[in-house]
Design a binder for this molecule. Structure first.
Ligand SMILES: Nc1ncnc2c1ncn2[C@@H]1O[C@H](COP(=O)(O)OP(=O)(O)OP(=O)(O)O)[C@@H](O)[C@H]1O
Ligand SMILES: [Mg+2]
Length: 377
């Protein structure tokens, strides 16, 4: 039996030549479907179907991609009927995404494929640490990555990347040019606004600043733009997540009961605005003393976030241990992923790879905007 995952792996072999990236990674595969029982549908409908959402139909490859996919699938799955529809909204991925039926307002730009919010209910659970390390891990995997710190009251990204006194430049078109470190394009409200002065800003000022900050930045082409959100599930967070066309959200929680209750509210907030929750990460899951490498101490309780994910029917992306190196590296401006000898570096990289799978999966099975016709049956 062929699964959707098999299909995605096959389609990953199709490379768009000008970017060198596969069409799954580019977010071109949408509304992927597979009939449960191919035998029943042999004469009625296609057994597998999907939409090719061409983010840039002017690419010469766009003219041949449907045939390339059809030929590859016919060769890999002989006898299986395939329907491929093609759609080309002439806009970047994300613009087809609607909140409350309204088109998303100006987003971070057409070249940004996936925008992912890193959120939590409770503060101090490690959102910024997780966001920084995932960003560096994705960049190390070869993805083009941006990280935007939209926590106006307590920005941490400047410290975590050792860029406390850095100021981004402005292009002649009056766009902000993000800073770049460890392969990640970085922008923090902390680079632009004095956090001491921002404390008196009210909600609407914050959200319009965030909107402007994201859309007036020259992000260029990005596979992933991660947003490090401020803690909580109040109006500010709700407005931010409605301001940009998010592909999904990652919820960070510690296993502690108080954090879990807030994480649940976080999942509820994204549900409310129809943003898929890509997964839950359990941070500070356990502590292993360096001299006792086989021991795990569950200081904040065991497996709480994993159980919450299960309860809410959300994917569990993994456990990050409580490790001194994670904190010291963050304080020194070198996210722990930059040091491959650290255990935590390997763990963050594996969570990042799982996140990529979840995003590609979500993109592929999420319905596309509209449907044209088919190529072969
Ligand atoms: N797994 C970990 N092991 C050790 N220290 C950690 C870990 N995760 C986070 N920390 C430390 O905990 C503190 C809080 O982390 P961080 O700033 O990432 O949390 P946050 O959720 O972004 O906080 P806020 O809600 O204020 O934005 C930091 O000092 C960070 O270095
Ligand atoms: Mg933070």
């Amino acid at each position: 039996m062929i699964t959707l995952q098999d299909l995605l792996s096959t389609l990953k072999q199709v490379i768009e030549p000008s970017s060198g990236r596969d069409i799954v990674r580019l977010g071109w595969i949408r509304d992927l479907k597979m009939k449960e029982s191919p035998a029943e549908s042999a004469n009625s409908d296609a057994q597998m179907s999907f939409t090719l959402l061409l983010s840039d139909p002017t690419l010469s490859f766009a003219r041949s991609v449907k045939k390339v996919c059809a030929d590859l699938l016919a060769e890999t799955y002989p006898g299986v009927q395939i329907r491929i529809e093609q759609d080309s909204p002439m806009i970047g991925l994300g613009d087809d995404f609607r909140i409350d039926g309204k088109p998303a307002e100006r987003g971070p730009g057409e070249g940004v494929t996936n925008i992912i919010a890193i959120a939590s209910g409770k503060g101090g659970v490690g959102k910024s640490t997780v966001a920084s390390n995932l960003a560096v891990a994705l960049a190390a995997e070869g993805y083009q990555v941006g990280l935007a710190d939209v926590d106006i009251y307590g920005p941490s990204i400047p410290t975590m990347f050792g860029l406390e006194s850095a100021k981004p430049r402005v292009s002649p078109e009056r766009k902000i040019i993000p800073l770049e470190k460890y392969g990640v394009k970085l922008l923090s409200m902390g680079f632009l606004v004095d956090p001491d002065k921002a404390v008196i800003w009210r909600g609407p000022m914050v959200t319009s600043a965030v909107k402007q900050f994201l859309s007036d930045t020259e992000w260029g082409d990005l596979d992933y733009l991660l947003l490090d959100l401020p803690p909580g599930t109040g109006d500010i967070q709700l407005t931010i997540v409605q301001t940009v066309p998010l592909n999904g959200a990652v919820i960070v929680s510690t296993p502690q009961r108080v954090a879990l209750a807030d994480a649940r509210k976080g999942v509820g907030m994204f549900d409310q605005v129809s943003v898929p929750v890509l997964g839950v990460i359990e941070n500070m899951a356990y502590f292993t003393p360096p001299e006792l490498p086989d021991k795990k101490y569950y200081l904040f309780g065991k497996g709480g976030a994993r159980a919450l994910a299960q309860d809410l029917n959300v994917h569990f992306l993994g456990e990050i241990p409580l490790e001194e190196s994670i904190r010291t590296n963050a304080d020194e401006g070198t996210p722990v992923v930059t040091d491959p000898s650290q255990n935590a570096s390997k763990i963050f990289k594996s969570v990042a790879r799982d996140l990529v799978t979840q995003v590609e999966w979500r993109n592929a099975v999420r319905p596309a905007t509209k449907v044209i016709d088919m190529v072969r049956g």
